[in-house]
Design a protein around this ligand. Structure first.
Ligand code: F6P
Length: 344
């Protein structure tokens, strides 16, 4: 095995065959991740990884060479284990491998591809479900709550794997000498109530009222209605932003906005929001679309997008209040209005 899974891992799955299939699938994903991590580490020495292929993926995003290669690597390795169906953010439909396999995998093979050329952390996100026999789409058209395992690899200064099987979150790190994933933290817990948020602020003119109000109040710091100085961090790779939040708390927001095609934000429910939400909740945090829990939401399109807010429970709850109670905190009082005393 390429990963030393903890004894506890997937202990809540009573079916021994299913558990064995799951562990071999995770091992295959780890082998794929090592190959992808090697490619990322080559950077400029591997010609054209950040080059645009000239194609768009199923979501209309520009495809980079590394997106395509990562997808091919994962496909090759998942065909060696009992995986019936594979859905990829890079592809339109579902791949069928071994129709009798009990496992189905959804993946974003290379998350954060706009950062490929910039030597910034990128990753692979995955979500594992029990196969609905003979039904490729139905194996994925279900609530995120039904995931067996959700997690992501980060290719950064360290190559790490953060995942959950529904009984807490574990962090594994790739030992570059043995080329194995070793358990580094058996119980990842999210710090509560850190006043730090991440959002692509260049979209602020498109934001809807609740998000606009919330961010304005964060920026007002101790002089505003939240009475706290907020810090801001935005990497632009979901895996890296999620990793940071898991290690030091805070909040991530990719809301829907007024741009055409961004009514539900940018991130995909199946490939990104479901697995990250599973991890965040299991680490003690929350994940919503602004007000409703992500893992409760149904899915009827493989590439469905969803507004995504996650992080420390208290902070996520605060954002929900801005959505559910428009007059929340009375912060639109004259002092904070567009022509108020505290506006420049
Ligand atoms: O979905 C891909 C992704 O790169 C995420 O990793 C990241 O959070 C987001 O898009 C960044 O979007 P933007 O380019 O709007 O900052």
């Amino acid at each position: 095995m390429t990963i030393h899974l903890s004894r506890r891992f997937a202990g809540n799955i009573p079916d021994a065959d299913l558990k064995a299939a799951l562990c071999s699938t995770i091992d295959a994903l780890c082998i794929a991740a090592i190959e992808i991590s090697d490619l990322c580490a080559l950077g400029p020495l591997a010609e054209g990884l950040g080059a645009i292929t000239g194609d768009e993926n199923a979501d209309g995003d520009t495809q980079k060479e590394l997106d395509v290669q990562s997808d091919e690597i994962i496909k090759r390795l998942l065909q060696k284990v009992p995986v019936a169906y594979y859905a990829s953010e890079e592809e339109e439909g579902v791949n069928t491998f071994d129709p009798s396999g009990p496992i189905s995998v959804a993946a974003d093979p290379l998350d954060g591809s706009s950062n490929i050329d910039t030597n910034v952390s990128i990753g692979t996100i995955f979500s594992i479900y029990q196969t609905v026999s003979g039904k490729p789409e139905a194996s994925f058209f279900r609530r995120g709550e039904e995931q067996l395992v959700g997690g992501f690899f980060v290719y950064g200064p360290q190559t790490t794997l953060i995942m959950t099987a529904g009984d807490g979150v574990e962090l594994y790190a790739l030992d570059p000498k043995s080329r194995e994933f070793v358990l580094a933290d058996p119980e990842v817990r999210l710090v509560e109530n850190k006043c730090e948020y991440g959002i692509n602020a260049s979209n602020s003119r498109h934001w809807l009222r609740p998000i606009r109000n919330f961010i304005e109040d964060c920026m007002a710091g101790t002089t505003g209605p939240l009475h706290a100085d907020y810090n801001m961090r935005w990497v632009g790779s979901l895996v890296a932003d999620a990793s940071r939040i898991l290690s030091r708390g805070g909040l991530f927001l990719y809301p829907g906005d007024g741009r055409k095609g961004y009514e539900n934000g940018r991130l995909r429910q199946l490939y990104e929001a479901n697995p990250v939400s599973f991890v965040i909740e299991q680490a003690g945090g929350s994940a919503t679309d602004g007000s409703k829990r992500i893992l409760d939401q149904s899915l009827n399109d493989l590439h469905q997008r969803v507004p995504f807010v996650f992080g420390s429970k208290e902070q996520v709850r605060l954002v929900a209040r801005y959505h559910d109670r428009p007059g929340f905190l009375g912060s639109r009082a004259p002092l904070f209005s567009p022509r108020g005393l505290f506006r420049t």
